[in-house]
Design a protein around this ligand. Structure first.
Ligand code: AVI
Length: 340
């Protein structure tokens, strides 16, 4: 099980950069420290040990994830980009002014296809939301150079907690690419979608990427690449825990494990102890023992069918406006509106 923290109310925001075309605000303050202690204490004392997947994304983890996106086995990014290239003009025809919000923005590659298709990019304010300040900063600066009339309002924020801080004075196109929704368990998925729905006005649109169910060998190769980049990405979570909580994980004592669970319809990632080992978590005053072959569950990657996706969005109070997919039906980009 993965845990999300409670929504933070009345957040204090620090402006970390402001000029006439860009503002970046920080909604995280010192949240990360407080949350990670609670999350790791809960996760590593559970019967199936786990570490929430959001701790993958420190600056090194964000960099490794960018490498994963370019791997030949990881079809998701290029398939979604190809769908976006074909669909962008249709999507942007109905959105020529307002906030273009990107949840978990990372690099700006996908949103650029939308901006390229925008009839009047000067009337759009791009709002990237990401926990990684460095990724958000670099991607925003690059966009300002590429689109000389674009305005950027970036938020260093956890979109599972800070959605209520998003401005609502103009129409919004909220994007959530990469099938990141599949990294949430069913309860947290619904919770997140509900909070997006509460934010949406009747004219707002929500564009979500979904990775679809496909043969096991394709899925398992995507999470077990030949170069071992996904393994490095998975193990990096231990470095984050070491750094943030003064822990003593030796990443060499854990192996990367990723498999498709057909009954659950999801890929799971784990770190499997290759020996019996005890690990001191200094800041928590906790000593955690791992038997050989015991695993830490680090990620779920839900794979959708058209039916399961329809069920999910309907339950959240959303209706499907348009469904874009590739010729093999491997990935889908779904345009949603609030159910009236
Ligand atoms: C971010 N997310 C959609 C990726 C996925 O495929 O679930 C994270 C990832 N994990 C391993 N490889 C990529």
């Amino acid at each position: 099980m993965q845990v999300e923290s409670e929504p933070a109310k009345d957040k204090i925001m620090n402006t970390i950069l402001t000029s006439d075309r860009i503002e970046i605000v920080d909604c995280m303050c010192d949240d990360f420290q407080g949350d990670i202690g609670i999350d790791i204490a809960m996760g590593l004392t559970a019967s199936q040990k786990y570490i929430p997947s959001r701790y993958f994304y420190d600056s090194h983890g964000s960099h490794l994830f960018e490498l994963v996106c370019g791997l030949p086995e990881y079809y998701q990014t290029r398939t979604e980009l190809a769908i976006l290239n074909d669909a962008a003009s249709f999507i942007m025809a109905g959105f020529d002014t307002g906030y273009l919000i990107e949840l978990g923005s990372g690099s700006n590659r996908k949103v650029r296809t939308l901006l390229d298709a925008a009839p009047r990019p000067q009337d759009i304010c791009y709002m990237p939301i990401d926990v990684s300040e460095s990724a958000l900063f670099d991607a925003s600066i690059e966009l300002l150079e590429l689109y000389p009339s674009l305005k950027v309002l970036g938020m260093v924020a956890d979109f599972t907690k800070h959605i209520e801080a998003f401005p609502g004075d103009r129409i919004r196109l909220i994007t959530f690419f990469g099938s990141t929704i599949g990294n949430f368990n069913e309860e947290n998925r619904l919770h997140l979608l509900n909070s997006v729905v509460r934010l949406m006005g009747p004219e707002d649109r929500f564009l979500i990427g979904l990775d679809m169910i496909k043969p096991r060998d394709i899925l398992e190769k995507a999470y077990n690449d030949a170069r071992g980049i996904t393994a490095q990405f998975n193990k990096n979570i231990l470095n984050v825990v070491n750094r943030e909580l003064n822990a003593e994980f030796n990443a060499d004592y854990f192996d990367h494990l990723a498999f498709f669970d057909e009954t659950k319809g999801r890929v799971e990632m784990h770190l499997k102890a290759n020996r019996s080992v005890s690990v001191e978590i200094g800041k928590l005053g906790l000593n955690v023992h791992f038997e050989r072959n015991e695993t830490i569950h680090t990620e779920i990657c839900e794979k959708f069918s058209r039916e399961s996706a329809e069920r999910m969005v309907l339950q959240a109070g959303l209706e499907i406006k348009r469904w874009f997919t590739d010729s093999r039906g491997w990935f889908s980009l779904v345009e949603l509106a609030r159910t009236l």
